[in-house]
Design a protein. Sequence first.
Length: 461
Amino acid sequence: MAKKKTSFICSNCSYITPKWLGRCPECGEWNTLEEKDETVIPKDNHRLFLSSPEAVFSHINKISSSDCERINSGYRELDRILGGGIVKGSYNLISGHPGVGKSTLMLQAALEISKKSSVLYVSAEESASQIKIRFDRLSGRKNCGELYLSNENNLDKLRNRLEQEQFNFLFIDSIQTVYSPAIPGIPGSVSQIKECAVKMLETAKRKGITVFVIGHVTKTGSIAGPMLLEHMVDSVLLFEGDPTLGYRVLRCSKNRFGTTDEIGIFTMSSNGLQEVANPSQFFLSENEKATSGTALALILEGSRPFLIEIQSLTTSSNLPQPRRVVSGVDGGRLAMITAVLEKRSDFFFSNFDIFVNVVGGLKLKTPSIDLPVAASLLSSILNISLPMNSAFVGELGLGGEIRDVPGMEIMIKEGARLGLKKIFAPKGRIKLKKSEKAEIIETSTIFDLIENIRSMNIFES
Ligand code: TYD
Ligand code: MG
């Protein structure tokens, strides 16, 4: 009798090899190759799923852009990140560390959306009664609209029901817990995530369902599973925030229907997530009294300007290599700022330990914080307190010049609105109205900044 032909298939990523190997060459996992009869190995998991019988070519002018209909989620922060509402029929992925509030945010959005559309919330992670307890907390036990819950984690059963019923919205909590019985691998393995995401997309697009999928993150913070997931979806939302800090930041790393610059800020309360309409209040310390080393910075996140506080501490060091400890600011950027200060003026930081912190734990990448960081370093090393009604904004060049940054006007106007008296900014065209009480202090070079700080003679005792 002829021997049955077998192959080895990786239970993690579905890689197929004729020979047994200890480690899968595709995903790098050990001992995941299992011997299978070739007849049972699925040949084609990635067939094209949205094709019509004939290829259709349409002239670009004939395609209507009004197809992109948007629906309000009931949360302005979420709508803004998505580019002005949830695009009907879109496939969205939301990811974040455990406990950050992904399920809470999605359930809150589902609750609001269900007032106008029919919603199915699939949670394979929590039981229906657990979700109900959370739901009661979030809704204040008020009745909601068309919201249905399911604990089903079998993809095929879910798709069958979705084919029979008409839902407008589908939430999956999470993609790592649903599985397809058609392919090998445990739920959450690369091959399972791929299969579930692709098949769900197929059903959703055909039925016109808008989908939100929750995805776990790995230890390093990236989205667990294949990169395919991020390529496939229309938007990737990242929910970040240290649960010990009171607030959470929602960012967008991919958006087919808008920009990725916007951020949304929420706080976690006993009744779920609350939106933060005025972020400046969150990123300022409660300390009204000015202390040396503290500088206010105007920043722009997406289209939203706000005020944050940067603190620096410079202390003499006995270490051969003085410490540079930064939180919220890029270490390379700090090295550049100290290098410019050393080269262009008579400050020496090489004998000092430097600690820089952004109050509230926000992580900043924008170059507009160069000037406030330099101001806080100078304030600390000179032991001069900067007035708390002044803020700084500008990028520092290697020649010591302070440069304009995009969105300068929006930031300055917001500073004036928040009641700042002085805004230190590079020479620009921006003029404030008489009604706006703030004064723009032209700071074109690092020398202007040093001179200005030296003239602030509020010395600390
Ligand atoms: P959860 O949304 O389950 O996080 P994730 O799905 O991202 O893992 O919940 C996050 C945390 O928020 C949880 O530890 C409890 C807390 N929480 C509140 O403080 N208030 C609330 O109203 C809810 C629903 C949760
Ligand atoms: Mg959860």
